[in-house]
Write a protein that binds this ligand. Structure first.
Ligand SMILES: NC(=O)c1ccc[n+]([C@@H]2O[C@H](COP(=O)([O-])OP(=O)(O)OC[C@H]3O[C@@H](n4cnc5c(N)ncnc54)[C@H](O)[C@@H]3O)[C@@H](O)[C@H]2O)c1
Length: 245
């Protein structure tokens, strides 16, 4: 795919889907700014990418801290010269599953800060740069929870639904500047931090992190140049509907 020679910021790159995406894009010749809070795991990802012949630099950043995000994006731009691709992947909250009536304020504030506001901070910090270059590929990682909701994950679902609405609105604003903004919505992908096993998929298995990374690689490539404002489900058919009569 046409990503060779591009540069990318990937948030939540220290493990799971972010790590798989960083590894895959690096293999395709993309220079990666790896962003995460987990210094040790991030360094392991960086070292593995470099050992495999790729180009990656680690930036330890808490994306819920808007000032830290602005400073980090400034450092990335100073070091890389330009950034073509942003994958807003960092997110969490499914392991705090509980009925909404029993969910403490601190939990839902944390989920909204990370899943929604963190993505807004990183995107906002990079937009002037992308607009001035009239080029950019932004992919936000939402969830099937945005489409169908998930009981005991009401705030998580709300944060992902907001990301989808944000994606569509931003796609309309940024289309005239040559910037594509899309969402990918996974469901039941196997990572080191497995989601709670709820209902199965129609393919009879969970997805792999590399299957997810493959979709993201397409979405940030120039092969997807006419796609914007889309929300691509990658869920093995989980959201299709009833499993029988
Ligand atoms: N795995 C799935 O089945 C699944 C399903 C639906 C949606 N998703 C979404 O995919 C994305 C990745 O999920 P995953 O399964 O790889 O999760 P994960 O927990 O394995 O990885 C998330 C990464 O984000 C990092 N992170 C957490 N807080 C951060 C912060 N404040 N600043 C910077 N980095 C931070 C973590 O350190 C971690 O490396 C998330 O947005 C998640 O909601 C995953």
């Amino acid at each position: 795919m046409t990503t060779q020679g591009r540069t990318a910021i990937i948030t939540g790159a220290a493990r799971g889907l972010g790590r798989a995406t960083a590894t895959r894009l690096a293999r395709s010749g993309v220079r990666i700014a790896l962003v995460d809070v987990d210094r040790e795991a991030l360094e392991q990802v960086r070292a593995a990418i470099v050992a495999a012949g790729g180009d990656a630099t680690a930036f330890v950043v808490d994306i819920t801290d808007s000032r830290a995000v602005e400073a980090a994006v400034g450092r990335i731009l100073a070091e890389f010269g330009h950034v073509d691709i942003l994958v807003n992947n960092a997110g969490s909250g499914w392991h705090k599953a509980a009925p909404f009536k029993d969910t403490p304020n601190e939990d839902w504030e944390w989920i909204l800060d990370l899943n929604l506001k963190g993505t807004l901070y990183v995107t906002h910090a990079l937009l002037d740069h992308m607009v001035s270059r009239r080029y950019g590929k932004i992919v936000n990682v939402a969830s099937v929870a945005a489409t169908c909701g998930i009981p005991k994950l009401a705030v998580y679902s709300a944060s992902k639904g907001a990301l989808v609405a944000f994606t569509k609105s931003l796609a309309m604003e940024l289309g005239p500047y040559g910037i594509n903004v899309n969402c990918v919505s996974p469901g039941l992908i196997t990572t080191e931090t497995p989601p709670p096993a709820t209902q199965g998929t129609f393919l009879g298995r969970k997805g792999t992190a590399d299957e997810m990374a493959c979709l993201i690689e397409f979405m940030v490539s120039d092969d997807a140049s006419f796609i914007t404002g889309a929300d691509y489900l990658i869920d093995g058919g989980r959201t299709l509907g009833p499993r029988g009569v």
